[in-house]
Ligand binder design. Structure first.
Ligand SMILES: Nc1ncnc2c1ncn2[C@@H]1O[C@H](COP(=O)(O)OP(=O)(O)OP(=O)(O)O)[C@@H](O)[C@H]1O
Length: 592
């Protein structure tokens, strides 16, 4: 039956009754879910039956449970269990992190050693490992410190005296936990997008800072759930050290029930204590995860504390809530000032990926303060050339200088020595880069993204860096978005924050890698307007773009690339309106 025929069957009053605002006369009947109700009743019955059996059956021995739960030997055993868990977790994760770093280090030897360690120690059962360590004295009666393969010895210990049961337990748990936690940490590191590493490197952040401030906080979101699983396994794994006759919680319980034969009540003592430990761990996990989830969600749920404050604010009529006011910072005098641009010289640069030649003997000079647009077909090598300028991509041949200084090398006579990553990072601060996919750090707010490099690379006091960051945000039209996380911003806004972040280091050269191609058409202009404004600031700009109209308007020079070569370059009016080369004409005919 159709809706029309439905309505036709109704009395006239019903058809003409107003549709909106006349619901007060209706009685609302909530939807019923009989299966859900039956399931709930069944679950309640099962829970009641279990509890009734547990508390009415005298064989559970709850009086014995109560007698031993807080007894001194049990608490001493619990203390040892906690100590072993703590030591195993802390040392295991420390060692595991080093193993994970070795595995991703790029050194084949370190990576192989790390792989071999994980392969070996994940294969050996914990209990076997503990027994081997406890019997190490049989294999090596002494442990010595000295220079291998010489007679020089600084100290000697008896192995059996050195490796006590407690030491063997800590060592065994650490070696075991390190193998598993190394894989957990490695998984976390690999889960962080490559763009994040590149953005941190392009800002010149020191390597340790890149790891602790950018990679690790993001990796923690993957590491934490698996990491806490490992800690929980380790907590229960400590029960296996009973094999060393170490009176931790489980071994203590065993000793007691062997004496009084109250097996079940004493096992319940151990069970409830393990439940308590795991509940505390789950609580801690929840809060640490919350901390590291900053910026992960567009609308994060409020914490219990925040909700409580919100409730108080709604229900207590008193004045203002504390902490809601922002401190206005006086802008520092140098705020938003730019440095004069640098001259870029590219001499005979070639680059291949395997058999594919991506840059083929490229030479180009870009005047200080000029704006250059690089155009060309997809895959012609534009981005690779741009990335070679700040040494994110190492050229196979040729050189690139900024104001006469080589970026990736140190010159000594006719020899060029490749610089270490640490030194390259220092030189990169003169070259800002804005990526196609923004590559903002998602766990930092807009203003934190901007101040990160000035504080850690240039050593600017945080208070001044914040003031400059506010000016930069105002300059790109985002003064009100300082506290927003990248996921709470539109694509165009994210790209404008990325531009402000690159400007914060006051670079001599600013590289844009297709800054608008990841944006919806209506967001393109807001980013192009910011770049146009920058083009008048004296900074040398190099822009890889597909926006031909924009290139015509803003560029001093247009470079057309094809198959890794510069086919044609010159002022936009000439290259874009009267190109010399047939390939340029063909390309422009397609895109215009
Ligand atoms: N790391 C890499 N390994 C292998 N090949 C690569 C790598 N990076 C780039 N290439 C290849 O090099 C060529 C040039 O890439 P590049 O990104 O410089 O082109 P592009 O002109 O910027 O293209 P688009 O306009 O599509 O971004 C492409 O064929 C690409 O597949």
């Amino acid at each position: 039956m159709t809706l029309a025929s439905d309505l036709a069957g109704l009395p006239a009053r019903a058809q003409t009754a107003p549709y909106v605002g006349d619901f007060s006369r209706f009685r609302i009947v909530p939807a019923r879910y009989p299966a859900r109700t039956i399931g709930t009743i069944f679950a309640a019955l099962v829970i009641f039956a279990v509890l009734n059996s547990v508390f009415s059956n005298p064989r559970w021995g709850w009086d014995v449970f109560a007698e031993w739960f807080f007894s001194e030997p049990v608490l001493a055993g619990l203390g040892r269990t906690l100590l072993l868990t703590l030591a195993g977790t802390a040392l295991g994760f420390l060692f595991g992190t080093l193993l994970a770093l070795a595995r991703v280090s790029g050194s084949p030897l370190l990576a192989s050693l790390s792989f071999a360690y994980v392969w070996l120690f994940r294969s050996v059962p914990l209990i076997v490992l503990l027994l081997i360590l406890n019997n190490l004295g049989y294999l090596y009666s002494t442990v010595w410190l000295g220079v291998p393969f010489t007679d020089i010895t600084f100290a000697t210990w008896s192995t059996t005296q050195l490796i006590t049961p407690f030491f063997a337990a800590v060592l065994g748990l650490t070696l075991h936990a390190a193998a598993f936690s190394s894989e957990i940490v490695r998984g976390g590191i690999l889960s962080v997008d490559q763009g994040q590493h590149e953005a941190a490197a392009a800002l010149g952040l020191p390597q340790r800072r890149q790891f602790t401030r950018i990679v690790l906080p993001q990796a923690m979101r993957t590491i934490l759930p698996n990491g806490f699983n490992e800690i929980i396994s380790l907590t229960k794994g400590t029960s296996q050290v009973y094999i060393l006759a170490l009176p931790e919680l489980f071994y203590t319980i065993q000793i007691i029930y062997r004496r009084n034969l109250e097996v079940i009540p004493l096992l319940m003592v151990a069970t409830v204590w393990y439940l308590v430990i795991l509940s505390v761990l789950s609580f801690v996990q929840h809060h640490i995860e919350r901390h590291y989830s900053r910026g992960a969600l567009r609308n994060p749920p409020a914490s219990a504390l925040t909700q409580a404050f919100a409730w108080l604010r709604r229900h207590v009529p008193a004045g203002r809530a504390p902490g809601g006011e922002q401190v206005a910072l006086a802008p520092s005098p140098s705020a938003a000032a730019t440095r004069p641009g640098g001259e870029i010289r590219i001499g005979g640069v070639s680059k291949s990926f395997g058999p594919l030649t991506v840059l083929d003997n490229v030479s180009l000079t870009l005047r200080s303060g000029s704006v250059t647009a690089i155009i060309g077909q997809s895959g012609s090598g534009k981005s690779t050339l741009l990335r070679a300028i700040n040494h994110l991509e190492r050229a196979d041949q040729g050189f690139i200088t900024i104001d006469g200084a080589l970026i990736g090398y140190r010159q000594d006579g006719d020899t060029l020595y490749e610089l270490k990553e640490r030194e390259i990072l220092k030189r990169r601060v003169d070259i800002g880069m804005v990526f196609q996919n923004f590559n903002l750090f998602p766990h930092l707010t807009a203003i934190e993204n901007i101040v990160e490099a000035p504080v850690s690379v240039r050593g600017i006091p945080r208070v001044h860096a914040l003031a400059e960051a506010r000016n930069l945000l105002a300059r790109v039209g985002l003064a009100d978005k300082a506290g927003a996380y990248p996921r709470q911003l539109s694509g165009g806004q994210q790209q404008r924050v990325a531009i402000a972040r690159a400007l914060a280091l006051k670079p001599k050269v600013l590289l844009f890698d297709e800054p608008t191609s990841a944006l919806d058409p209506e967001l393109v202009n807001e980013v192009l307007d910011v770049i146009k404004e920058l083009a008048r600031s004296g900074t040398t700009l190099v822009i890889v773009t597909h926006e031909i109209g924009f290139a015509r308007e803003v560029a001093d020079e247009v470079v057309f690339m094809e198959a890794g070569r510069i086919v044609e370059s010159g002022p936009p009016a000439r290259v874009l309106d009267t190109p010399d080369h047939p390939r340029t004409r063909e390309f422009l005919a397609k895109v215009l």
